[in-house]
Ligand binder design. Sequence first.
Ligand code: NOJ
Length: 571
Amino acid sequence: MSNLKWWQTAVFYQIYPRSFADGNGDGIGDFKGATEKLDYLVALGVDAIWLSPHFPSPNWDCGYDISDYRNVAPEYGTLQDFKTFLDESHKRNIRVILDLVLNHTSDEHPWFIESKSSRDNPKADWYVWADTPPNNWQSCFDGEAWTYSPERDQFYYHYFMKQQPDLNWHNPKVKKAMWDAVRFWLDIGVDGYRLDAIGTIFEDPDLTPHTVPMNLAELRRFSELAQTPEDLKLKDKYWEDMFKNQWGQGGVHELMKELRGILDEYDGDRMLVGEDDNIDYIGNGNDELHLVFNFPLMRTERLTPEHIRRNQEERLKQLAALSKVPGWPCNTLGNHDCSRVYTRFGSKLHGPELARLHAALVLTLKGTPFLYNGEEIGMTDYMLTDISQVKDTMGSWYYHAIVTDMGVHPDEAMVRTAEMTRDKNRTPMQWLNGPNSGFSPAHVNTWLPVNPNYRDGINVMDQEKNPSSLLNYYKHLLRVRRESHALREGEQVSLHESAKDYVAFLRQSDEQTVLVVLNFSENTLELDFTQEFKNAKMKSIFSSAERRTGEINPKFKVSPFEVFITEINRE
Ligand code: NOJ
């Protein structure tokens, strides 16, 4: 029996609706398509979906600029289509959480249209207005953070794009309107929310200027060209200094408490996960968010045993120290905002092996894992080559800024843009080896190009047929996790802490103990656990290598890059 809540034992799968499944053949994903793929998710073995924004939006930021919080984007279907998707998910025991964008709306949201219409309309102070730009703040996406509105002859503040004006959360009416929208979807039956960019909700009340001697485009360019240790250090410092007055300010905890109060009025353990790695947002364990992401795990060039151990030690210690109720971890290696795990942490020589190791890492560490659609078939980043293909506005803005203002050659600018834009990791899901990878019918222009590597086996249908594919590996591992009390619920104890080449840890619950060994090296390693498991019987329950099942000795070999999980039975 489990003492934990569903969101602690569930494996989440992020659906990026525009790119997941196109049910009506228009080149854009939709609810009809996603509903048809629910059985795929059941077969994969996930328990919950995080759905990136599905609301009406002019799509300057691919749905994160919402123009109506109580409806469905027409290209994704109708509200009824959403309800069908939700019901069908629930019928299959899959929960669904939505994306909740609190910091800003679209500039086409009726609230903003009214707010900008005059200085004395009823919503005049629903956003953050100033007569002149009060400081040099930058938007993290597209230049100046203060944009002029001729209707009011004033400037409004936006942390993100100028099409994403920040709401004024000091205004109780804003809160009420947003909480009503929150209830709207909870009433329909959604299981919770992933909270977008909560750190940006409040700004420094003194509006303190930043001290970086350049603007956003210049800083991006400086970062691209930085090579010396001094410049690399300076780059990090500049990024921190540029935005430190625009996020992480007081007030968010109170807001999260209110929001939690609303969720707790509902039955069914509705949950909140924050797009933030600050553990403080878990509050006393019962009064703010249920989870925050362990982003520090993925904030590294390479996932090395040392990095993983350090991350886990810090994170688990902080979570345990939180309050009487220890916080629950939440691990992920990728999402729609960053390079795909296969590309980012892979290598030319050992891509498939590393993908297996990384999957095992998120699925065996203590905590709730979040997977990103497509990672289970090893989808990779796809570099666009023509600026007309770019859909991510922060990419096209940057391209034009460096070509026009800095005289960078368009070819070089395009290469840089392709690398920095998030389009590369948002291309359509690759369902089969056929036109448009089966995402859309042949001859349809998909909203972003399909990565042609679907022809090289990186597609669902081919991998379903191949017993040794990455997809079947994920399915197997997810099944092992589901059947293992220790992997789902157990405490984590790190072993062999000075090992350079591998990570070893125990997961132990009152019902079961397992040992997880992840060999990050290309060598066969001879490991010795006789000290730890003197009088124990060890039985293999999972291996990514060819290996006999059954009892094993506490001295054993692991193959290069092997994932090896054994059950330990102490006499
Ligand atoms: C974080 C989201 O994940 C990202 O995609 C978006 O652009 C920003 N927040 C702004 O909403």
